[in-house]
Design a protein around this ligand. Structure first.
Ligand SMILES: Nc1ncnc2c1ncn2[C@@H]1O[C@H](COP(=O)(O)OP(=O)(O)OP(=O)(O)O)[C@@H](O)[C@H]1O
Ligand SMILES: [Mg+2]
Ligand SMILES: [Zn+2]
Length: 257
């Protein structure tokens, strides 16, 4: 194996005033592992509270249900994310959060703000996109898979026990009894062990039960404080227009095809 660390020659320790101390590469390797294990896609590493832009949330549109503007809703959700980051570092059993809202309203962005802030402080977490997680579990039944591939219990165990689980896109998919049971077993374990979950979903609270079933919904609502993010226009569409405006090769309104 080739030597990587120029400081310690990959021994992991260096001498400081004639005392052996861990080399900086050991800390770096641990940090790298925490990031790798979190499964947070590289593309989402830039989602930070500092980069959260409030301009996408209109202050002239009112959420009739809550009687406050979209901008105020975003403020509340943002503050909840900020509080969670601080609370979780003091209390690993802090209450989780549930972000609801339309497509392209910043739910995943905000959940990733939490992930990125906590990864920086080297907290263990798992960012799981629900449909991918379910596919991964399904794949464990594939007869063609290799002996070194993850097992169903391995995947479920990680999702159950990780200090913080982010379930992204617990959306309006076609849940079967089988997928519902997997989700239930993760949520139920975490509730019993008071381990927080951050959830993003397109489903409005009133419809959660229809998709996830009564038992999972009831538990999620006990574990998570709900916040809504609303926009009058999908942020992806606005950002696409912003990019096109900044790129004279693709003036707005002109097809790229
Ligand atoms: N407040 C924000 N500030 C800056 N960029 C944002 C903000 N909210 C969202 N974005 C960007 O807009 C796009 C859509 O956001 P995001 O993926 O968070 O939406 P979503 O609500 O999770 O949508 P979906 O329901 O489709 O999963 C992403 O590229 C994201 O980086
Ligand atoms: Mg999303
Ligand atoms: Zn080293």
């Amino acid at each position: 194996m080739s030597v990587i660390c120029q400081i310690c020659g990959d021994r992991g320790i260096v001498l400081k005033n004639e005392i052996a101390v861990p080399c900086s590469c050991v800390k770096q390797k641990r940090t790298d592992k925490i990031y790798r294990d979190s499964r947070l896609p590289k593309k989402l590493l830039g989602c930070t509270l500092d980069n959260f832009n409030f301009k996408y949330y209109a202050n002239n549109c009112v959420d009739l249900e809550k009687g406050i503007t979209y901008y105020e809703l975003a403020r509340l959700a943002f503050q909840a994310a900020k509080n969670f980051i601080a609370d979780f570092q003091k209390d690993p059993n802090a209450d989780g959060l549930l972000f609801t809202g339309q497509v392209g309203s910043g739910k995943t962005f905000l959940a990733c703000c939490i992930a990125n802030a906590l990864l920086k402080t080297r907290q263990g977490l798992l960012f799981a996109v629900v449909p991918d997680l379910l596919d991964q579990i399904r794949f464990t039944y594939d007869p063609g898979r290799g002996p070194d591939e993850l097992t169903e219990s391995g995947i479920l165990d990680t999702a159950r026990r990780i200090p913080l689980l982010i379930l992204d896109d617990l959306g309006a998919h076609n849940y079967t009894e089988w997928t519902r049971n997997r989700i239930y077993s993760i949520i139920n374990y975490r509730l019993n062990h008071r381990l927080p979950v951050i959830v993003t979903t397109n489903i409005v609270l009133e419809d959660l039960e229809e998709y996830l079933g009564e038992r999972t919904t009831s538990r999620l609502l006990e574990m998570c404080r709900p916040y809504r993010l609303l926009v009058d226009l999908d942020i992806r569409v606005i950002r696409r227009k912003e990019r096109d405006l900044g790129n004279p090769a693709f003036p707005v309104g002109r097809s790229r095809s």
